[in-house]
Design a protein around this ligand. Structure first.
Ligand code: FES
Length: 257
């Protein structure tokens, strides 16, 4: 897909939690087509410690308002600076980058489970929207440290059934997503997942053991975002592939996990 370097205008910056903001951006022209699972490289202006763009997954594209949403976790100087943008500010964004999750043309008998952990729930919203548009009802299994870290639940609930786990037991079942009782009901035939690597490895093991197709969205460290610096490589059955260019979404059959 063609990539664009865009000066987007911030329409809203919503603080969802001490460590997360939801930034909505637009431009005068229609936004380019984007697939669920793709990401953007966002330039951090006004920082003397952040030289590289930050890779942020596309959370949702609102076609009616011509807005793209980014859910940003504040993890370092770059994302903390990005979180200070205000309505009307201009943000330079390269997008859409990477591939996207696979959605079958025929969704008859397609039963997808979308598993997200932490900020890895971000791409699951757009994926859920696209699956619903395609005609199937997604089921979500979302995990976080505590109830306040479970983000955008109302948005997910509009699309399908939502199950949750928290490490402290403050919402849903206590523990990790891979221990949720929903997984005893083995009726899913596709799992999409994004989140911390140990979680995705566990989900992939579950999928393999149960003969379920599974795609994971990797979050390897990135710099250029376009396949030039090779800092994001993952070992696969085809050798080293760039997560930014050949991914971030991979079928688990490709990975050497
Ligand atoms: Fe540079 Fe992937 S981030 S090659």
């Amino acid at each position: 897909m063609k990539k664009y370097i865009l000066d987007l205008v911030v329409t809203q910056n919503i603080k969802l939690h001490a460590n997360y903001v939801l930034i909505k951006m637009t431009q005068a022209n229609p936004l380019p087509e984007m697939l669920p699972g793709q990401f953007a490289e966002i330039r951090i202006d006004g920082s003397n410690t952040t030289f590289l763009r930050r890779p942020i997954s596309i959370n949702y594209v609102d076609k009616k308002t011509n807005e793209v949403w980014f859910l940003v976790q504040l993890v370092g100087d770059g994302t903390r600076k990005l979180a200070t943008v205000k309505q009307g500010d201009i943000v330079n964004v390269v997008m859409p980058l990477g591939n996207g999750f696979t959605i079958p043309k025929d969704v008859t008998a397609f039963k997808p489970l979308l598993v997200g952990g932490g900020v890895g729930t971000a791409p699951m919203l757009m994926l859920g929207v696209e699956l619903a548009k395609a005609g199937c009802k997604p089921t979500f299994l979302l995990g976080a440290r505590s109830s306040k870290d479970l983000l955008q639940l109302k948005e997910f609930e509009k699309l399908g059934e939502v199950y949750t786990t928290t490490e402290d037991g403050s919402m849903g079942e206590q523990g990790y997503v891979t221990g949720h009782s929903l997984l005893n009901n083995n009726s899913f035939n596709m799992i999409y997942t994004c989140g911390p690597k140990p979680m995705m490895v566990s989900v992939a093991k579950y999928a393999k053991a149960n003969g379920i197709e599974c795609e994971v969205s990797l979050e390897n460290m990135m710099a250029c975002g376009v396949g030039a610096c090779l800092c994001c490589v993952e070992n696969t059955d085809e050798g080293h592939l760039c997560v930014c260019k050949d991914g971030p979404v991979f079928n688990i059959k490709k990975l050497l996990w």
